[in-house]
Design a protein around this ligand. Structure first.
Ligand code: SF4
Ligand code: SF4
Length: 435
């Protein structure tokens, strides 16, 4: 098919947006779009955004501040894709237009400090360790209380960051393995099956306990766990912010770090979804890595759980399902099925679990009002049903939910399912115990 887009289109590569033509404007997606449901404005709907992208690609409109605001307002939750009878690849279109607009509008010369810091944060484990140490000092010394006291006086972005900050876990970062390029015979000493753990950039700072818990649970169930040191961020943060170049560089690093013939387990479903979807944004070379990626809860469902003498427990657990787990990894029922294996753990889903909580990567920082509006329903449901804890498989959603609960005066903990499982597992029987 020859491109219908004219060569004088205002986006540099209009051919990337031909799929906008497959939208038949039926509107079936509208009642499922969280931003449309709030504003009731057509440009805040999937159909409206697709029309804007199409008009930009055809050169019919210019990317002025209002157009960019409507496109930036998308959560990339992909609820619209699920409902679309024409299978419009909405997420690819919105990522691509953000990238092209960022390329068009990015001023020449040095990038803003915030973009440079974010880029380094996703690329450098050294910087992440430094950020963790600095935040721990900030919290342990009590200086963070000033942040709370003078939150209104802080610049908007900093104040928001402060309000989302969890109490950092005093947990060491999981040990990394220098080896790369393993094959299935890597473990020469035992006959344990080998799996690889994906750590993610935010998880290394804000959720070290989940990484250690994942390691513990996998070892308990008889797996050898390899955590490749050479791995890096999945690329989601730069990709959704329109920085395709950085996302591609990160993808190259991960392709070299992991062995695609062995399972790659992600504890953050946002990272897992980005890796799983890699072919759409990095090309066919990423297919083996994408194929090897699994959410850890889905993988654990396939493990042998027999013979575990679970201690007596009685827990009511509210399950939050991130959009990435539901709409990209298609594993929304796996957390419920996994926790059902533990006697005494009673799960239920948070009301309106199919709607985005508003975290959406850095959306919760850039669009605080919409993010807080979207999480309010979930906070109200958790307050009403008073669970013993909440589980979520995505670090960003957990931080957003936990902060919103804290602001509303509810101290209920939000943890990853593997952290809950690691806490409940009985001690391993030793050889002496068995004898
Ligand atoms: S991805 Fe989500 S927020 Fe964006 S248009 Fe689709 S339904 Fe709306
Ligand atoms: S459901 Fe699909 S075809 Fe219909 S308006 Fe939405 S994006 Fe377009």
């Amino acid at each position: 098919m020859s491109p219908r887009l004219p060569p004088d289109a205002s986006l540099p590569h209009p051919e990337r947006f031909l799929a906008t033509d497959s939208c038949v404007q039926c509107g079936l997606c509208l009642p499922h779009c969280p931003t449309y449901l709030q504003s009731r404005q057509e440009p805040d709907s999937p159909r409206g955004r697709i029309s804007l992208i199409q008009a930009l690609a055809r050169g019919a409109i210019k990317a002025d501040a209002r157009v960019i605001e409507h496109l930036d307002g998308c959560l990339v939750c992909r609820a619209c894709e699920d409902m679309c009878p024409s299978r419009v690849p909405y997420a690819s279109l919105i990522d691509a237009v953000r990238s092209e607009l960022a390329g068009n509008t990015r001023p020449a010369g040095p990038q803003p400090l915030e973009s440079r810091v974010l880029r380094q944060f996703t690329r450098s484990r050294k910087l992440r360790r430094l950020v963790y140490a600095a935040l721990r000092f900030w919290q342990d010394s009590g200086v963070d209380r000033w942040g709370t006291q003078f939150a209104d006086a802080l610049p908007a972005g900093l104040g928001r960051l402060h309000s989302l900050m969890p109490k950092l876990q005093k947990t060491p970062l999981i040990d990394m393995d220098a080896q790369t390029g393993m094959d299935s015979s890597f473990d020469e000493d035992t006959d344990k099956p080998t799996v690889q753990l994906f750590t993610g950039c935010a998880g290394e700072v804000f959720d070290r306990a989940t990484l250690l818990s994942a390691h513990t649970v996998l070892m308990y169930l008889g797996y050898r766990v390899v955590v490749p040191e050479a791995q890096t961020c999945c690329g989601a943060l730069p990709l959704h912010a329109g920085d395709e170049t950085s996302a591609q560089a990160l993808a190259q690093t991960n392709l070299a770090a992991f062995t695609p013939t062995l399972p790659i387990l992600s504890t953050a479903s946002g990272c897992g979804a980005t890796l799983k979807d890699m072919v759409s944004w990095h090309g066919n070379a990423a297919a083996p890595l994408a194929h090897a990626t699994q959410d850890i809860c889905s993988f654990l469902l396939t493990a042998d759980w027999s013979g575990i003498a679970w201690p007596k427990t009685d827990l009511r657990v509210a399950v939050h399902t991130p959009c990435s787990l539901r709409r990209v990894l298609h594993a929304d029922s796996d957390v419920l099925a996994l926790l059902a294996r533990i006697p005494g753990v009673n799960t239920y889903e948070i009301a309106r679990n199919d709607q985005c909580c508003g975290a959406a990567g850095r959306y919760m920082l850039d669009h605080p009002e919409m993010a807080d509006t979207l999480v309010a329903d979930k906070v109200a449901d958790i307050a009403r049903t008073a669970p013993d804890c909440v589980v979520s498989t995505n670090i960003g959603c957990s931080l957003h939910l936990q902060a919103a609960l804290r602001r509303a005066g509810h101290e209920v903990e939000v943890v990853h399912p593997v952290t809950l499982i690691a806490r409940l597992l009985p001690p391993l029987a030793t050889t002496n115990d068995v004898a």
